[in-house]
Design a protein around this ligand. Sequence first.
Ligand code: F6R
Length: 250
Amino acid sequence: MKERNKLKIITAENYMHLSELVAQIIIKKVHEKPNAVIGLATGSTPIGMYQQLIKDYLKNGTSYEHIKTVNLDEYVGLSENHPQSYRYYMDYQLFKHINIKNENIFIPNGKNSLEACESYEKNIQHIGGVDLQILGIGHNGHIGFNEPNTPFSSRTHIVELADSTRQANARFFEGIEEVPKHAITMGIETILQSKQIILLASGISKSDAVNRLFSKEINENFPASALHHHSDVTVVVDKEAANYSPLSYE
Ligand code: F6R
């Protein structure tokens, strides 16, 4: 049986504070290792963190010239310049505001092919692996687009999105029918190979998932519970999401 590690937790006062704290962790990493590989997530939660990174870049000139980024996932079938593609999101939320080089940005290309998955996986190894991976968490415990019952041993793969995930993401599209049914995502094993992992959760709607993450459960039915198999995970929550019971975790 694999070892169970204790997750570290930082509780921020509010969303702004959470965003500042996580941005500071990234900035510290960029200073310590100017050619670090940073794993990035999309969705609502990291937007404030990206804003803090941009603010710091403009004020303090933190340089991303030699930084490489790998994104967790991408919808299948959306072109790079589709406003809901994760490539578009990343350009808009972060990349076009800092001095990262286009050739150092890696985002799955949204093609439904085994070859695309294998080459994404190989590239992560080729660039030296992820030094610091940022994650959000779905209400059902998904990380990346690894939905419940994805094997913990999974590598980059194509997934069929759960109805609940499509519904949660429909707010960004004209309607649920516009939300792609498939995505390409780094697998759980791929994520666990990152040297350090920071998971962010904000707001009351995430408190159940956070509570479950800090329970005794380690089960493929709750993908984020795989993080207990990693030795350097910090969960950064705001007070609303922090409605967990520390006792259940002892
Ligand atoms: C996004 C991703 C997803 C999100 C999760 C939470 O790249 O991998 O796992 O992190 O769905 O999304 P938000 O932050 O919108 O609640």
